[in-house]
Each structure stands twice: as structure tokens, then as C-alpha cells.
Design a protein around this ligand. Structure first.
Ligand SMILES: Nc1ncnc2c1ncn2[C@@H]1O[C@H](COP(=O)(O)OP(=O)(O)OP(=O)(O)O)[C@@H](O)[C@H]1O
Length: 567
């Protein structure tokens, strides 16, 4: 925990926070300026009110007229400045958080896939929404408020000093003690803020998962248990939120006590001096307003501490994501292989070993050569490492030992990495459709596909018939995860999506498991007849499919074995 606290206040966080505002300096300066002007206008109103009362008392008509006009002008300016400030702050907050969120997502997509496995969806969402919000609030609210308060404090104290130095000193009394006190207890507050954020993340992660798995919760009649768990996480969150709030309330009480005591003493002294005639009515009126502008900022500055802590804690959490390793991007290729790369000759693995935990290999010393156009089947019992092999091909994970290449007909050997993903099209296990139309889903890997290409891919995946029977055809809107379609239909759309992408190697991870045997055979035959031929690596549990494959491999005890016809 102590190292966490040290990290929180490390200068890296301040530098990171400063970088976030780089592209918004102009609008931020405007917001700060408006904040300062609004604060100073309060002091100006107090000063003018004093001069106006004194001018009234002195029966100075021309000065009174000028001051009335100035007084009205200031009040009108205040009325319009506030809504304008709210508008500008709102705009800055939105543009800033959109920018940070966009950069976060860009970075997220480049992050090593395995490193992201440690972060549940809810946690990522908390960082993306709450933490970005807290960082942006720090810039658009806390920083301008602090600067404006400092200006207000100096101006109010200076004005009061000018009118009556003794009253100024009383108004200032105890303020610095409050500020010092609040900064001293800041350390404890930091610890609580981190706990609040951690409990918030756990809670969100659980809610996200519960919503995603509603079907399982209902069918396993797990509602009560689930609600109990929600309640228990709520209690944990409540505990830390209340603890922090209680602590904040205590601190605020002490600060307010200092503030009130200062006001009380200054008021009594001011009133008695008014009675004795040593201060004017005008000065006393100004004092009543200015005392608030001296003590208000001091109180406010003490109260900004939790906001600063919260922004720092969020900066730390967002930086943590940025520090995750990048996936291999030695040669980022942003184009499709059909346009710029030579046709492939083969995919080669040379003594590749991999384990999610390096001490426990899932695959060991795997070697194979798959020639272009071949259809390969990989079989093996559950948990042997078949999906892991596809992940290695897609460079989602990197071998701990050995080499893997794509060889082109031009004789190049391209090491498999993030950039060689352009050679692959993939149908993962499970339902991976997005909400949107069927067309939106199909063109994901090939946005410029023509209608004919779309229909051809759907036909090859045995999906055209049922799509055309839908009233809106390819424009039919489906829900998240393909809600509204049967499992087999969703699978055929996922296959069509992969076929449409102009990539020479097709990876199927139990992609036909929800299809009946005839449809499965039909889909695989059509893939085999595709022109140009594609290399296809299919994981399957159905031995009947094996007949149409050129090679069959089995994974057993971490090894890859080539099966002969007899086996
Ligand atoms: N993200 C991961 N992190 C850690 N271990 C993992 C991860 N994914 C898989 N494993 C482990 O790696 C091993 C191989 O898993 P893999 O998914 O490759 O098996 P599989 O042969 O495809 O199984 P199935 O036929 O059930 O899909 C398993 O022991 C599994 O627990």
C-alpha cells in the first residue's frame, strides 16, 4: 500500500496529467480566465458597494450616479458570465474526455492480448469512464477553481487591507491553519480513495458479468445468489465510500470551524468599531462581503484536496494501462494482403513452445509446414491446446521458444506477428456477432465489399438462403451477440464474415459445431472449392469432417502429431 501511495504522488502522474491537456490549452485558459473574472467580480461588487454607500452618506450625487451605473453593470456582467462559463466548461469537459477515451481505446487495441486478460471488462469500463471523468474534472473544475480562488483571496485581502488592515487580518485569521491541517491529513485520504476506486471496479465488473450472463443466472436459478453477491459488493463499496465521506465530513467540520471562528471574531470587532465610529458603514458592508471572499477561498482550497487526490489516483490507474506491454508491431501493416503482399507459399512452425505460465507449457516443440491451399484439421481432447495454436498463428500470444513464419511465393519468410494478421481470417468459438445489421457484421474484415461479394460469401457459408428469407435481408438488425438468430445461423454469419475478408488463410475454431452434419460438410466443401484456394486450418471434434481434409493433426500431451489415414 505504501509503495502504491508513493506511486500516486510520483511526478510521472503530474507529467501524464499535463500531457492530457496539451491539445486543449486554449479552451482551458479561457475557462480559467472566466473563473478568475467571475471570482474577481465578486470582490469588485463588494468594493463598489462600499464606495456607493459612502457616496450616498456623503450626498455626492454625481459620484453616486456613476457608482450606481457601475454597480448595475457588474451585476449584469456576473449574470451573463456564469452561464457562459458553464457552457465553456461543459464543452471542454466533453472534448477532453472524448480525446482521452479515444487515445485509451487506440492504446487498448495495441496492447498485448494476454496482458489484457488480467483486467475484467468492468474494470476497463471503470477506467474508461470514471477515471477519465475524474482526470477531466481535475482539469476543467479543480484547477480553474484553485487558480480563481487564489486570485480572489489576494484581491479580497488586498481590498480589505486597503479599507481597514485590522479587519483584513481578522478575516484572514485561522484560514492558513485550515489549509495546513487539510494537507496534512491528505495521506490518509489517498489510501481511502484508492480503496473506493478498487471496490467500485469490483462492483462494476460483477454487474457487467451478471448482465452478460443473464441466461445462465436465470436457467441455473441463481438470481438470489447473484443478488446476495451484488449486495455484498455494494456493502464493501459502501463501507469505503462512507469511511471516506465520514473522514471528509470530519475534516470539513474542522475547516468550517476555523472559518466560522474567524468570521465570528472579525464580525464582533467590526461591529464594535462601527459603533465607535472608527469604520464607516460602507467599509463594514464591504467587510461583510469581503470576509467571505477571503475565507471562502481558504476553505475552498482545503476542500479541493479530495478532488486532487481523486484525479491523481485516476491518472495512476490510466497510466497503469498505458504501461502494459505493446503487442509485437515491428512492421505495422495497415493494408489488406490482397493488395500489397506476395501470395503465400506456406505457414511454418519450427520447434515452437508456449505456456500461458512459462513454467507449464501447453504446447512443446511444435513443428509443421502447411502448404498454401491445404485444408488442415486439428483434433484433440478438450484443453489440449488447439485454440492456443490458433492464438499463436494470430500472434495474440508469442512463443517462448522456436520460430513461426509465413513464407511467400517471393521467397520471403515473414515472422508471425501483429502485422501478419492481415493474412488471416478467423472464426472464433462462440457467438461473436456485434449489434447492428447483418451487412455491418459481414463487412467487418472487408468494408469495401460489393453486394455480389457479400452474397457469394453468404452462399459459401450456407447463410444466403436464410438471410434472403428475412424481411429485411442483409439489412436485418441483430442484437448484441447475434440475439434474434439461432446459434447455427449466427455461426454461419460468422463464417461468411471470415470468408468475405480477402485473407489467404482461414482459421476455424469449432466454427461449425452448431451446424448439422450435412450443412457442416457442405460449408467445408464450398470452402475447398473457393477460388482462389484458401489455406484452411479447422479445429473440429467431428471425425467425419476429416475425410475432406488434406492433413490431420492431433494435439496430445503438448505435442502435435500428424495422423496417417489408418489412424
Ligand atoms: N487465457 C488463458 N490464460 C491462461 N491459461 C489458458 C488461457 N487459455 C487457455 N489456457 C489453458 O491452456 C490450455 C489449453 O487451452 P486451449 O483453449 O488451447 O484448449 P483447447 O484444446 O482449444 O480446448 P477446447 O477443445 O476445450 O476448446 C488449457 O489448460 C487452458 O486452461
Amino acid at each position: 500500500m505504501l509503495t502504491k501511495l508513493k506511486r500516486l504522488t510520483s511526478w510521472h502522474n503530474y507529467i501524464w496529467l499535463a500531457k492530457q491537456v496539451d491539445r486543449h490549452k486554449g479552451p482551458l485558459l479561457l475557462v480559467i480566465l472566466l473563473h478568475v473574472l467571475v471570482s474577481l467580480s465578486g470582490v469588485a461588487v463588494a468594493a463598489v458597494s462600499k464606495l456607493l454607500i459612502d457616496a450616498f452618506m456623503a450626498h455626492d450625487k454625481s459620484l453616486t450616479a456613476w457608482l450606481i451605473a457601475l454597480f448595475a453593470l457588474l451585476l449584469i456582467a456576473q449574470t451573463f458570465a456564469n452561464p457562459y462559463l458553464t457552457y465553456r466548461t461543459g464543452k471542454l469537459r466533453e472534448t477532453m474526455s472524448h480525446g482521452i477515451q479515444l487515445r485509451f481505446m487506440e492504446r487498448y487495441y495495441r496492447t498485448d492480448w494476454k496482458a489484457l486478460n488480467n483486467y475484467p471488462n468492468g474494470d476497463i469500463q471503470t477506467r474508461l469512464v470514471s477515471d477519465v471523468g475524474s482526470v477531466v474534472d481535475g482539469w476543467t473544475n479543480t484547477v480553474p477553481t484553485i487558480i480563481a480562488m487564489i486570485f480572489q483571496l489576494i484581491a479580497a485581502f488586498g481590498t480589505l487591507w486597503y479599507f481597514d488592515p485590522t479587519l483584513a487580518i481578522y478575516a484572514f485569521l485561522l484560514g492558513p491553519v485550515s489549509i495546513l491541517f487539510s494537507w496534512l491529513i491528505g495521506r490518509k485520504l489517498k489510501r481511502m480513495q484508492l480503496q473506493v476506486q478498487a471496490s467500485e471496479s469490483n462492483y462494476r465488473s460483477y454487474l457487467t458479468e451478471s448482465v452478460r450472463h443473464i441466461l445462465i443466472i436465470k436457467t441455473f436459478e441463481n438470481q438470489r445468489r447473484n443478488l446476495d453477491q451484488v449486495q455484498s459488493l455494494q456493502q464493501q463499496k459502501l463501507f469505503w465510500v462512507l469511511k471516506r465521506n465520514l473522514f471528509n465530513a470530519l475534516v470539513n467540520t474542522v475547516i468550517t470551524l476555523g472559518y466560522r471562528a474567524g468570521f465570528f471574531i472579525a464580525f464582533i470587532i467590526g461591529a464594535s468599531r462601527l459603533a465607535r465610529g472608527t469604520v464607516s458603514f460602507g467599509t463594514f458592508t464591504a467587510f461583510l462581503q469581503l470576509v467571505a471572499y477571503v475565507q471562502g477561498p481558504m476553505e475552498g482550497l482545503s476542500r479541493t484536496l479530495p478532488m486532487i487526490i481523486s484525479s491523481l489516483a485516476s491518472a495512476e490507474r490510466l497510466r497503469e494501462m498505458e504501461q502494459l506491454p505493446n503487442e509485437d508491431d515491428r512492421r505495422q501493416v495497415e493494408h489488406s494482403p490482397s493488395q500489397t503482399t506476395a501470395p503465400i507459399a506456406s505457414v511454418d512452425f519450427d520447434r515452437v513452445s508456449y505456456g500461458y505460465d512459462p513454467n507449464q507449457p501447453v504446447l512443446r516443440n511444435i513443428s509443421f509446414t502447411i502448404q498454401s491451399g491445404e485444408i488442415i484439421s486439428i483434433v484433440g481432447t478438450s484443453g489440449e491446446g488447439k485454440t492456443t495454436l490458433l492464438r499463436l498463428l494470430l500472434a495474440l500470444i508469442t512463443p517462448q521458444e522456436g520460430q513461426s513464419y509465413i513464407r511467400t511465393t517471393a521467397g520471403e519468410a515473414l515472422p508471425i506477428g501483429a502485422d501478419t494478421r492481415a493474412y488471416f481470417s478467423y472464426v472464433p468459438q462462440g457467438n461473436t456477432l456485434f449489434s447492428g445489421t447483418i451487412r455491418d457484421n459481414l463487412i467487418m474484415g472487408y468494408p469495401s465489399a460489393t453486394d455480389d461479394e457479400l452474397r457469394e460469401a453468404a452462399r459459401s457459408a450456407c447463410a444466403l438462403d436464410f438471410i434472403e428469407k428475412l424481411p429485411l435481408g442483409f439489412e436485418t438488425v441483430i442484437g448484441e451477440n447475434g440475439i434474434g438468430l439461432s446459434e447455427g445461423q449466427a455461426q454461419r454469419i460468422a463464417i461468411a464474415r471470415a470468408l468475405l475478408r480477402p485473407a489467404p488463410i482461414l482459421l476455424l475454431d469449432e466454427a461449425t459445431s452448431a451446424l448439422d452434419l450435412d450443412t457442416e460438410m457442405e460449408v467445408l466443401k464450398r470452402i475447398k472449392q473457393l477460388s482462389p484456394h484458401r489455406t484452411c486450418i479447422a479445429i473440429t471434434h467431428r471425425l467425419s469432417v476429416i475425410d475432406i481434409c488434406d492433413q490431420v493433426y492431433r494435439i496430445r500431451e503438448q505435442r502435435l502429431l500428424k495422423l496417417t489415414q489408418q489412424e
